[in-house]
Unconditional design. Structure first.
Length: 125
């Protein structure tokens, strides 16, 4: 295996130290973002998150109708998102409503702003 070699003349030790400190300070945010993005890597889960973010709260039947998928299929995706701590649930009677946990809204909102802006552009052209 080849050894990593760097060809720079000199290293800016201050810059390296600052970079390490920034990474260390943001470690929890990186972990949270990686967890959200790894689960959002599925197109269906990404759509589920988008719809829940747009509507604030949805039940499995709402999502099933919107995505034109079976309730068991949607339930599997919701379970993965809930188990990962991205969604929270609230039960009213026999209906379970899902919403995004507050700490993930700051991560997810900017991602979906891009989608929302592009869909508005596409509708006007």
């Amino acid at each position: 295996m080849k050894e990593n070699t760097c060809i720079r003349v000199s290293a800016d030790q201050n810059q390296i130290k600052t970079g390490k400190e920034k990474l260390e300070a943001a470690e929890k945010s990186f972990q949270r973002l990686a967890r959200v993005l790894s689960l959002a890597g599925s197109e269906v889960r990404l759509k589920v998150l988008y719809l829940i973010e747009e509507e604030t709260e949805l039940c499995v039947c709402d999502l099933s109708d919107m995505l034109q998928m079976s309730i068991p299929a949607i339930s599997q995706h919701l379970r993965k998102l809930k188990d990962a701590g991205i969604l929270k649930s609230r039960k009213t009677g026999q209906t379970v409503f899902y919403s995004l946990k507050e700490e993930h809204l700051e991560i997810i909102k900017p991602l979906f702003q891009h989608i929302t802006q592009n869909s508005v552009k596409n509708q006007t052209t």
